[in-house]
Design a protein around this ligand. Structure first.
Ligand code: MSP
Length: 548
């Protein structure tokens, strides 16, 4: 099941499962929309780590460009001061709070990045891929992108035109700048997409890119000379590099491009670039063309997620719910937060948040189905066996159905989360299994079997057959929870750790992080004799919703 490649016969470094998030603009604090992609990447990489693979997870911040410069000016500080403050006070702390296990955090103002970027563009310049020209056109500072006239929306006056994403007026820019010969790469890109049908997902995103490239590409303006907050072009320091060209290269500079060849061979090409659908063209068209021009391998996949919406619009700085990620985590807890967005919104489609929906899922799926199962099983092992897990000596068809249900859930979750990035489907598969175990307990009625096992009121006059059944039922439920803890660990690591603890699993099986997906469905791993304790309630009853 765990499809790790075996590189043991070669001297090449073991290639990594390398996942990236977009690097976020630090003109503002992180909101629910940013956290959505970062949590998804975290679950994906934790899943692959749980398969025992060599994994690298990168996130970071995009710190150059006009948007950041103007924000800093408006706040009376230098752009660098602004970025330093936001990164340290807002972005890094949020990722830590959300239990994001990134291996690196790249900032585009770091010298490890700017040096490599200069080398990269110099190389393209030397190869004749960059030339000097002029451009004029409508520019959206929000997108940091020239727009095509036919994409714009009408504004308040006849001359005013609005960005279709930001709904704010675009500015007319006229500059002499350097251009990258993007137009030359259209046919090569189309050939590449055809040969690599999984390169862009989901299918809607792939189709959009194909249509766009088929129309023919224009060369890309890659420098600015009207402001200086960017990476200077090494051959003409009056220009700074267009922020997107600098930003895209974060994926290779963080991987050791030009600095650490061995590491670069291990990490590059990236396995998955996670991106929002608004930045798909940059990742699926411009970035691959730049890599082709540089003679570097292309990333294996670009996967676009949908948007979190507010009132039918993309949630953004100017259009927030007024709810910060921490408002939700303080009410529902971090793990429920990580769970909710991935479970509720099919990855790749737009979705919206509501307190009502979150509360309903928290109560029925997390607290009732999952949390109660864990506490009931621990309570019964405590009550009937003094907390020592009994052996299953009388397993039959009902138990086999649980064993089979686990095998199915594990295989399905592995395929859906690990390969298809269908987080909602994969989590649902695990929760179907949790439901199956609940149904099993409801049918087997261990509390009734206990009466025959030990006699009414706990007298000694019990039946051996009853005792064997009771032991078997409780073992089966506890073993099912052992597997559930492993399967949910990538999604809800703190909860899974509590469950692992309450099952006394560490003593015989070792750390939760060392359990692999390949062995999760091997029935009977949790040994009889494990010390089961009640532990904390996994999902406590919610307080009243805070006043909005
Ligand atoms: N800096 C660029 C990315 C450079 S990557 C080389 C950028 N930054 S951003 O901060 O504006 O957006 C970063 C990501 O957040 C994008 O993938 C964008 O789609 C995502 N989101 C921003 N708002 C979002 C929602 N409301 N919902 C889901 N994702 C959203 O673009």
């Amino acid at each position: 099941m765990a499809a790790t490649e075996d590189h043991s016969t070669t001297d090449a470094p073991r290639s990594a499962y390398y996942v990236t998030t977009p690097i976020y603009y630090v003109n503002d604090r992180p909101h629910l929309g940013h956290a959505y992609t970062t949590v998804a990447g975290d679950v994906l990489t934790r899943w692959h780590r749980q398969r025992g693979e060599n994994v690298w997870y990168l996130t970071g911040t995009d710190e150059h460009g006009q948007k950041i410069m103007r924000t800093a000016e408006a706040n009376g500080v230098t752009p660098q001061e602004w970025c330093d403050k936001l990164v340290e006070e807002a972005w890094k702390p949020l990722w830590q709070h959300l239990d994001i296990a990134n291996d690196d955090f790249i900032r585009t103002t770091q010298q490890r990045h700017t040096d490599r970027v200069q080398e990269f563009v110099q190389d393209l310049h030397d190869k004749g891929e960059i030339y000097k020209g002029g451009y004029s056109g409508p520019y959206c500072v929000g997108c940091e992108e020239y727009k095509l006239p036919n994409e714009l929306l009408p504004g308040a006056t006849e001359d005013e035109k609005l960005c279709p994403i930001h709904k704010r007026p675009v500015e007319w820019l006229e500059e002499e700048n350097y251009f990258f010969r993007l137009s030359a790469y259209g046919p090569k890109l189309l050939e590449f997409y055809a040969a690599n049908p999984d390169f862009i997902a989901p299918a809607t995103a792939r189709n959009e890119v194909l249509r766009f490239v088929e129309q023919g590409l224009q060369d890309l303006s890659i420098s600015r000379s009207t402001f200086n907050w960017g990476v200077p072009l090494p051959w003409d320091e009056k220009h700074v590099l267009y922020v997107w060209v600098d930003a895209l290269q974060n994926y290779i500079t963080a991987a050791g491009y030009g600095a650490d060849p061995e590491r670069f061979a291990e990490l590059w090409p990236a396995s998955v670039h996670l991106v929002g659908k608004d930045i798909l063209r940059f990742h699926a068209v411009i970035w691959p063309a730049m890599l082709m021009a540089a003679g570097l391998p292309l990333p294996k996949r670009v996967v676009a997620n949908g948007w979190l919406m507010v009132g039918g619009e993309k949630m953004s700085k100017s259009n927030l719910t007024g709810i910060a990620p921490t408002d939700l985590t303080s009410h529902f807890g971090v793990d429920a937060y990580r769970y909710y967005f991935l479970r509720a919104i099919p990855f790749g489609t737009d979705g919206s948040f509501s307190w009502e929906d979150f509360t309903a899922r928290y109560t029925s799926e997390l607290a009732n189905d999952f949390g109660n199962l864990a506490s009931r099983v621990a309570a019964m092992v405590g009550k009937y066996y003094g907390g020592t897990l009994p052996a299953a000596t009388a397993a039959g068809a009902a138990e086999q159905a649980v064993v089979d249900g686990l095998a199915k859930a594990a295989a399905e979750a592995d395929r859906k989360i690990g390969e298809e990035l269908d987080f909602a489907g994969g989590i649902a598969a695990v929760f179907d299994f949790v439901k199956l175990v609940n149904g099993y307990l409801t049918e087997q009625e261990p509390w009734k079997v206990a009466k025959t096992a030990f006699g009414e009121g706990g007298s000694a006059a019990g039946s051996e057959e009853g005792q064997a059944r009771l032991a078997t039922i409780l073992y089966t439920a506890a073993e099912a929870l052992r597997a559930t803890a492993v399967l949910l660990n990538p999604v809800m690591p703190a909860t899974s750790a509590k469950l692992w603890d309450s099952l006394g699993a560490e003593e015989s099986l070792g750390a939760l992080a060392d359990q692999t997906i390949a062995t999760v469905a091997d029935w009977g791993r949790l040994p009889a004799g494990a010390t089961v304790t009640k532990g904390d309630i996994l999902f406590p009853r919610l307080e009243e919703k805070p006043a909005s």
